[in-house]
Structures are given as C-alpha cells and as structure tokens.
Design a protein around this ligand. Structure first.
Ligand code: FAD
Length: 378
C-alpha cells in the first residue's frame, strides 16, 4: 500500500452536498483539500430534490450557475391525504428543484476548478491519527491530512465510532426511500406531498423535463408486500388517488427506481475522535420535516468558519470542535424538534386526513408549521 507524502490541510470523506460545499469554501481560502467520493460523478441519489430558497444565494456564491440552469422556482404546496383531500398552501419562502445528478456534478466541477483534489471512485476504509496528522486509507493508497471531516451521509462507516445512544423508537422506525424521475403534468412551481399508509411521496419539477417522484415508507410496508416494490406501490400507494394517477399516467424516465434501505432519522454528533462531522453524518431529519440538503450546506458553512479560524491559528482545535457543536445545535435544534412533532401528523390514515382538513381552515398556522421546516437565508 502506497503512502502519499503530501500532507493536505483538510481531507473530506464523502462528496455529497456537505462535503462538496465545504471543499469549495476551504479551497477558496487557498487551503489544500482532498475529497473522497466512492462513486463517480455524475450519479443519481435518492432525494426529493426540492431545495429550500434559504440556500440559493449560498450556492450562487460558491459558483453554481443558477440562472443559466433555468431551474423551476417552487412556491405552491399541495398536501393530500389517502382519502383524497388536498390542502393548498402558498409557500412564503419556497424553493427550487434540481436533480442531484446535476447539482452534485456542478459542485464537483466547481470544486475541481478551484483546486480541490477529488478522488472519485475512492472509498475511505479507515482513518488513523498519527499525532501530527491523520492517515486516511482507501483500497490502494494512504493519504495524509491535518484535518479530517466526515460527510459520508446517513450510513456511518465502521471506522467511525459514535457514542451508542440506543433509542428504541428510532431503531424501530426503519425506513426505505424510493425515487423515480418522471414526466408529469404538474405546474413547475408546485410541490405536492401525498400521504399513504406509513409513508408519503413528494412530486416536484427539477431540471430538464424531469419531475422527481420520491417516497419514504417503513421497511415493514415493503416486507408485508413480499419485498416487491411494484406490488407495494399497487397495494399501498395507489390507495391515494393522486398517487395512483401519477403512477399510471406518467412517463417514467427509468422503469426501475433507485432504492435505499435502512434509513433512520436522528441527531448524531458533530465530531468523534477529532474528526468533524457534517451533513447527514451529524444527524438527519425526515425530508418532510426539514430540508436536509439546506441543513447539509448550512453545516458546511458553519464548519468552514471554525476550520478557517483554526488553520489561521486564531483558535485551538478543541475550541473549533466546541464552537462548531454550539453553532450546529443553535442552527438546527428548532427544526429537529419541530420535525419530530410534525412527523407524527403524517403517513397516518385518519389523523393525517383530519389534520389536513383542520389546517386548511388555518392558513396562518399552516404557514407557521411550514416555516419551521425552512431556515433563514444564509
Ligand atoms: C427519501 C428522501 C428524500 C429526501 N428529500 C429531500 C428534499 O427534497 N430536500 C432536501 O433538502 N433534502 C431531502 N432529503 C435529505 C437529503 O437528501 C440529505 O439530507 C442530503 O443529501 C445530505 O447531504 P450529505 O452531503 O450529508 O450526504 P449525501 O448527499 O448522502 O452524501 C454523502 C456522500 O458520501 C459518499 N460516501 C459515503 N461513505 C463513503 C466513504 N467511506 N468513502 C467515500 N465516500 C463515501 C456517498 O457515496 C455520498 O455521495 C431526502 C432524504 C431522503 C432519504
């Protein structure tokens, strides 16, 4: 196994939104940055692909050619119950749609153009602290860096040791995520969330002529349908008339969906063994209750601020770890708590229907609830 001589200022494990955005901010400061991504760009990801407007200016600041991409701006929301009731709501902040295929690839190209050394198709298998720096191991090489950040997403790799907080409620809620790109007849400025038994499905426009149709449901729902996605869709999702129409009347860009399993939503921690964690690696909330992509990007900004102070010898590493943890908690605590409560309103047949009917008569309260899932512009 070859050990590289160069010691990078920062190594980032995972080239999703959190990792890519952090790498660009550090490269902008002139630091040497190494980013590992186990896949090769461009690639698809299970995600609803609706980004809250809070992140637009940040992305433009990083170099995303937002206007040229001609993305749909989304400002109306419809939420349906399985019984077919639709709550209509005008989104105050709203968002825009972009496929992860396009967004992550754009950020990857920006990162490379700014001098980030991107190791694509390169999975990190271990990290060891040597005293003066860290050694980061992939299948064929060992790299060295002064700082290591984990932005590997929702699945914690074996070499990362988190404090074991066993929460039976979270453990029991084991979800799967399923995503298709379709061609649908939905206004480009509208996002819809359709409830069904133990799950919900979002539909909204992204780039090209694609719409993203993405749902989250319990692993149990799939098990009860013989682990057959199509059968589960027919038996469970089709009970919602809106979903039945999307599934039976739309053109599917790819017949087979992208599927992820073993999805849990919980707050984890912002560091471990001196490694800074960000994005879903530090904690995630259900997509209905927050905007995970914006949270990942915001965390990258919070972390970049602390890392820059550390690299410039304006604070110690211990201070950087502590200050980042405080900033993370301050930024996301309300969303996480609100998300937890909101989650209980959805994916339940009668409760959801009653809640939506009640909320339709209280647009102010609906606006307040929606605003809890969005943050301020950063
Ligand atoms: C069903 C579903 C729908 C969602 N819909 C939305 C939505 O509409 N809007 C929204 O804002 N959020 C949504 N989210 C949440 C959002 O997708 C995530 O919060 C966001 O992608 C987190 O970004 P990240 O950079 O932390 O992780 P990711 O984007 O998952 O990136 C992590 C990267 O690390 C790589 N990696 C992992 N391990 C290693 C390793 N050992 N070595 C090298 N690379 C590695 C992975 O390949 C991956 O590319 C949704 C989530 C789900 C599950």
């Amino acid at each position: 196994m070859e050990t590289q001589e160069k010691v990078y200022e920062c190594a980032i494990i995972g080239g999703g939104l959190a990792g890519l955005c952090l790498s660009i901010q550090l490269a902008d400061k002139g630091y040497s940055v190494l980013l590992f991504e186990k896949n090769k760009f461009p690639f698809h990801k299970v995600c609803g692909e609706y980004i809250s407007m809070e992140s637009r200016d940040f992305l433009i600041g990083l170099g995303l050619p937002y206007r040229e991409l001609n993305l749909p701006v989304i400002n109306t929301l419809g939420i349906s119950s399985e019984q077919g009731f639709m709550l209509e709501h005008q989104l105050e902040m709203g968002g825009f749609g972009i496929s992860r295929f396009t967004l992550d690839n754009q950020l990857f190209e920006i990162a490379e153009s700014k001098g980030v050394k991107v190791m694509q198709g390169s999975r990190v298998t271990d990290v060891a602290e040597t005293g003066s720096d860290y050694q980061i191991q992939t299948s064929d090489s060992v790299f060295r860096a002064r700082i290591v950040c984990g932005s590997y997403g929702k699945y914690t790799p074996q070499f990362i040791h988190l404090k074991q907080v066993v929460n039976p409620e979270i453990e029991a809620n084991n979800y799967i995520g399923v995503k298709y790109h379709i061609k649908a007849s939905l206004p480009p400025n509208r996002i819809e969330l359709h409830n069904f038994k133990d799950g919900y499905c979002g539909v909204s426009k992204v780039d090209r002529d694609w719409y993203c149709l993405c749902y989250l449901t319990t692993a149990n729902n799939l098990l009860q349908n013989g682990k057959d996605i199509k059968l589960m869709e027919q038996n469970v999702l089709y009970k919602n008339p809106y979903l039945k129409a999307y599934f039976t009347e739309s053109e599917f860009v790819n017949e087979q969906p992208l599927v992820i399993s073993n999805v849990h939503f919980n707050k984890k921690q912002t560091d471990t063994d001196g490694i800074f964690l960000l994005g879903d690696a530090a904690g995630s909330i259900t997509p209905l209750c927050g905007n995970g992509m914006s949270m990942a990007m915001r965390a990258s900004k919070l972390l970049a601020t602390e890392l820059i102070l550390f690299v410039e010898n304006k604070q110690t590493k211990e201070q950087a770890l502590k200050n980042y943890q405080n900033a993370w908690n301050h930024a996301f605590k309300t969303r996480i708590t609100a998300g937890y409560h909101l989650q209980n309103l959805f994916g339940k047949r009668t409760t959801t229907d009653l809640a939506l009917r009640a909320l339709s008569k209280m647009p102010r309260l609906t606006g307040k609830l929606v605003s809890l899932t969005h943050g301020d512009v950063f």
